[in-house]
Design a protein around this ligand. Structure first.
Ligand code: CO8
Length: 257
């Protein structure tokens, strides 16, 4: 039997997923996304799961989609299989996700990072969408998500030149949320994940729904959506608990109800 493409470890209310194809710099294969979705689609419904951290190795978060798997495919096969459409299922998961990035996050690896809610990266991480150098282009959401995050000019620069971006530039551009020392990346991401998982799950789910809504609708529609979901949180006992705990000067105990 072949090695699994991912390894998962539950730590209290957080799920740590490590991409596990070190010999291929964690290149993302059809098996990788099948294994991720088989694990995460049911986990997404688990009320006790508060946050997911996805990481790779010291050398590579992921160096792209698996070029060797794609190299001989015909147009017909790609179109018939709707190759990699399963990543949309991953992107639509509702549980908050943090990418913990060391080394290369290139092509599909960078696009996987863009499907997470935010990234914490090491100072020697490297980012880019180099698909153009292979005679193709980004195909896992890079042309759509990258300009929304870093602006059109920088996205065009990265996509059309295929250049690699260093960590400092990625932080300044807003591609990653935090830079830390390489050996602190996973621990920092796990701490952030535990923080998120300690809050009311309805609140974290709806907060990310509201932020993501901004990509789809006008400002007035977006703020209306935000207000309506904000109102809906007053149907939760966690809202009562959070506000009562503040007034009583004690830490809140959220139950996800
Ligand atoms: N796919 C398959 N194998 C890979 C990949 C990859 N993306 N990246 C690295 N590997 C393999 C290498 O082939 C090598 O294997 P082997 O030892 O068997 O030859 C092993 O990993 C180690 O790699 P290198 O020897 O190249 O390591 P270096 O340290 O010299 O270089 C780099 C590291 C710079 C990261 C280099 O490996 C590289 O340039 N990799 C490819 C980066 C790239 O072009 N990524 C984009 C891929 S295309 C893509 O992501 C498309 C996404 C959209 C698809 C959606 C379809 C609908």
């Amino acid at each position: 039997m072949s090695e699994p493409s991912i390894i998962s470890e539950r730590r209290d209310r957080v799920l740590l997923i490590t991409l596990n194809r070190p010999g291929q710099l964690n290149a993302l294969s059809a098996d990788t996304i099948a294994e991720l979705n088989a694990l995460l689609v049911p986990a997404d419904k688990d009320p006790s799961l508060g946050c997911i951290v996805i990481t790779g190795s010291e050398k590579a978060f992921a160096a792209g989609a698996d070029i060797k798997e794609m190299q001989d495919k015909s147009y017909q096969a790609m179109a018939r299989q709707d190759y990699f459409a399963e990543w949309e299922t991953f992107a639509r998961l509702r549980t908050p996700r943090i990418a913990a990035v060391n080394g290369y996050a290139l092509g599909g690896g960078c696009e996987l990072m863009l499907m997470c809610d935010f990234a914490i990266a090491g100072r020697s991480a490297r980012f880019g969408l180099p698909e153009i150098k292979l005679g193709v282009m980004p195909g896992m959401g890079g042309t759509q998500r990258l300009p929304r995050l870093v602006g059109r000019a920088l996205a065009m620069d990265l996509i059309l030149t295929g250049r690699t971006m260093e960590a400092d530039e990625a932080l300044a551009a807003g591609l990653v949320a935090r830079l830390v020392e390489d050996d602190a990346v996973v621990e920092t991401a796990l701490q952030a994940a535990q923080t998120i998982a300690g809050y009311s799950k309805p609140a974290t789910l709806l907060a990310r729904d509201a932020v993501n809504r901004a990509d789809e609708v006008s400002l007035s529609e977006g703020t209306l959506f935000e207000r309506r979901v904000f109102h809906s949180l007053f149907a939760t006992s966690d809202q009562r608990e959070g506000m009562t705990a503040f007034v009583e000067k004690r830490p809140p105990v959220f139950t996800g109800n």
